[in-house]
Structure formats: structure tokens, C-alpha cells
Design a protein. Structure first.
Length: 394
């Protein structure tokens, strides 16, 4: 297994070396006009990148940075900046340059120095003074790298006029040797190409099956992850349903407790009423009924009515005490208890003013004294306030 790995590694390295050698030997040969067009695109990209990179309105430009950086002409850049007129203006100015440059040296000199004197480019760089030197350096580096990677067609023609008729005579003598040398080189080149092709095929075959194996493992892991995520989602939904069901049960329990308290209160009132009627029936004077006062504790009224309540004081719920004079009429007063006062301190308008007239309104208080009892009348849904109580705060 280790030997197989080493063979694969050696094969890949050999193929890579051959490819690199081939690339170096076959460096791109382009004409001067094509080279200049590419260099214009380099300059235009770097200037627009300085202006638009990170601009949320330049979404088309920023989403294609890698593609635009390798553009062969300015025409490939213009669609991405068409919404920015200032950028279009100096970009078109770069595209319109026609200096008739003839060599790498002239291209490098003009597009790393003279171009920055153009009106639109100079004005743009003045507006980005802090970044100007940095972008100039980037432009020079990109142009230099590009020029190093290409051969300009006809760039070495001037050096070919050094010999005369004597040189042609010498060349004729060496033609035979050169032909033999070329034949040998061609044979070697063919053999190297065949070996490279075989090695490349072997490497591709191995990589293909290795990739399929890794892809299979990756798909299996992906399926397991998706299954786990679905299971988690199901558990989260179930948890949410349990939570909602618990909240509903709690609301039902609170309503049941309130209903039980109301029923207990109604039962107590009915009991007192029955006892009162029984006592009245035993007397010879029904017109003069003797009533026994009954105390009844309630909370803050709503819409002029006291509802619910209890015959016993309930801390945190009881605010007023109703004293029943007969079956239908009663008087009420504020309960002078610490718990009741703490509730009233939270909001006078909510807990006091609906049932009381405040005779001396103050900002803060720790005592609530009933100056005059209020009056209530029994109704089907509780006790209706007939007259509010007068209270004093201290």
C-alpha cells in the first residue's frame, strides 16, 4: 500500500514537472496591441477596485472580482461599472489611449508612469490621495508579472540584422548538423510526450477512483448529518408543543381556581341569606328584619363592580372590606393591612381611584385611612358601587 502511494506521488510529481516545463517552454506569444489591451484592463480594474470595493451599490462589480481581475479588455469591465458614471468616464479615457507603443519597456513605462497624468485618472487619484501610492504599486506589479509571462511578437526583430553574406555561408555549412539535431530532439520530445501521457492517464485513473471513494464517504456523512438535523427539528417541535400544552393547562387551572373561589363566595352568601331568612321567619314582625353584619373581602373594582372575593382576608388579593347590612346593601372601606397598602402604592389610578375619592392626594404614602365608607348594592355579578368611599393618604 505504501509502495502504491509512493508510485502515485512520483507519477504526479513527474507529470507536474513536465507540465510546468511545457508551460515555460511555450510561453504565450502575443502581438503588441493585444498586450496593450490587456494592460489597459489591468489598470482599469485596479482603479475601479479602489473606488468600488466594499460599496454595497456595486454588487455586480464586487461579485465578479476574480473574473474582472483577469479581463483581457476594458470592454469586459464596463458592464459591471455602468451605474457609476465617474468610473465609466476615466475607464473610457484609459481605453481610448493610442500611443503606438512598440516594446515591453515602452508599455511598462507608459502604463506605470505617464498614464497617471491623464485628466480623469489624475483627478480620481487626487480624490483617493491616501491610497494612490498603494494602487500605483499594485498596477506596476500586475503589469510586470503579465509582461514577464508573455513574449511580444517581433520584439527581437531588430537584433536579427547583424550579419551579412558571410554569415549565410556559415549557416549553409551547419544546416546538415542542425537537421540531424532537430530530428533527435523531435524523437525525444515525442517520447517524453508519450511517457507524460501514460503517466497522466495512470494518475487520472487513480485520482478518479480515489475521488469516487471520498465522494461516497462524504455523501454518507452528509446523509447522517441531515438525518440528525431532522431528528433535532422533530424534538424541538415536540418540545414546543409540550410547552404550549403546559401553558394551556396552567391557564385552565387558574380559571378553575377563580371559579372555585367565586362558587365558595356565592355559597357563603347563600348560606348567610338562608340563615337570615330562617331567623326572620321565626319572628312575629317580618317588616322589621334584624340583620347580622357580614364582612366580605374583595379586590379592586372593575367598571364600578366588585367581583369574586372571600369571607376571609387574603394577603395580596384583598383591598376592600364590604360589611353587609342586609341582603342587598352594604358599606365598604379600605383594608388597612401592609399587603393591601403595598398593592395600592403600585398605582392609585388602578387600585384606589375606581372605588375611592382621595381627599388629600400625595405623591407617596404608607397609610390609607377610610374617612367615609362607600356604599354597594348586591347584583347578579357582584356588588355595584353606589357611592365611593372617601380616603386619606399619609
Amino acid at each position: 500500500m505504501n509502495l502504491m502511494k509512493r508510485i502515485i506521488q512520483v507519477t504526479l510529481i513527474t507529470v507536474l514537472c513536465l507540465v510546468v516545463s511545457g508551460i515555460k517552454a511555450l510561453a504565450d506569444t502575443v502581438d503588441i496591441e493585444a498586450a496593450e489591451t490587456r494592460i489597459k484592463a489591468i489598470v482599469a480594474f485596479e482603479l475601479n477596485n479602489l473606488s468600488l470595493k466594499g460599496n454595497p451599490d456595486a454588487e455586480e462589480f464586487n461579485s465578479s472580482l476574480n473574473k474582472l481581475e483577469k479581463a483581457d479588455s476594458i470592454g469586459q469591465i464596463l458592464p459591471a461599472i455602468q451605474d457609476f458614471q465617474k468610473n465609466v468616464k476615466f475607464t473610457m479615457e484609459i481605453d481610448s489611449i493610442d500611443e503606438k507603443l512598440t516594446s515591453k519597456e515602452e508599455l511598462l513605462d507608459f502604463y506605470t508612469r505617464e498614464i497617471f497624468n491623464l485628466d480623469g485618472v489624475e483627478k480620481f487619484l487626487n480624490n483617493h490621495e491616501k491610497e494612490a501610492d498603494e494602487v500605483k504599486t499594485k498596477i506596476k506589479s500586475a503589469i510586470t508579472d503579465y509582461l514577464d509571462s508573455i513574449v511580444i511578437a517581433g520584439d527581437n526583430d531588430s537584433s536579427m540584422d547583424k550579419s551579412d553574406g558571410d554569415a549565410s555561408l556559415t549557416n549553409e555549412k551547419n544546416d546538415s548538423a542542425d537537421a540531424k539535431s532537430d530530428s533527435i530532439l523531435q524523437d525525444y520530445a515525442s517520447m517524453i510526450a508519450i511517457v507524460a501521457a501514460v503517466l497522466f492517464a495512470v494518475a487520472a485513473f487513480v485520482l478518479f477512483f480515489r475521488t469516487r471513494s471520498l465522494q461516497s464517504v462524504n455523501n454518507e456523512l452528509k446523509n447522517k448529518i441531515e438525518e440528525k438535523e431532522r431528528h433535532i427539528m422533530i424534538l424541538e417541535k415536540e418540545q414546543e408543543m409540550v410547552k404550549r400544552d403546559a401553558e394551556r393547562k396552567n391557564r385552565e387551572i387558574r380559571l378553575l381556581k377563580e371559579n372555585i373561589e367565586s362558587l365558595e363566595s356565592a355559597l357563603a352568601i347563600a348560606k348567610k341569606k338562608a340563615e337570615s331568612e330562617s331567623q326572620s321567619a321565626e319572628t312575629d314582625r317580618p317588616a322589621h328584619i334584624i340583620s347580622i353584619p357580614i364582612e366580605y373581602y374583595v379586590g379592586s373594582p372593575r367598571d364600578g363592580h366588585f367581583a369574586g372575593g372571600s369571607e376571609v382576608y387574603r394577603p395580596g388579593k384583598s383591598l376592600f372590606k364590604i360589611t353587609i347590612l342586609n341582603n342587598n346593601i352594604g358599606e365598604f372601606e379600605f383594608v388597612q393591612r401592609p399587603e393591601a397598602i403595598q398593592i395600592a402604592q403600585q398605582s392609585k389610578s388602578t387600585f384606589l381611584e375606581p372605588a375611592c375619592n382621595i381627599t388629600n392626594d400625595v405623591a407617596t404614602f404608607s397609610q390609607v385611612s377610610t374617612v367615609k365608607n362607600g356604599k354597594v348594592e348586591r347584583t347578579d355579578d357582584g356588588w355595584k358601587i353606589i357611592c365611593k368611599a372617601d380616603i386619606s393618604l399619609a
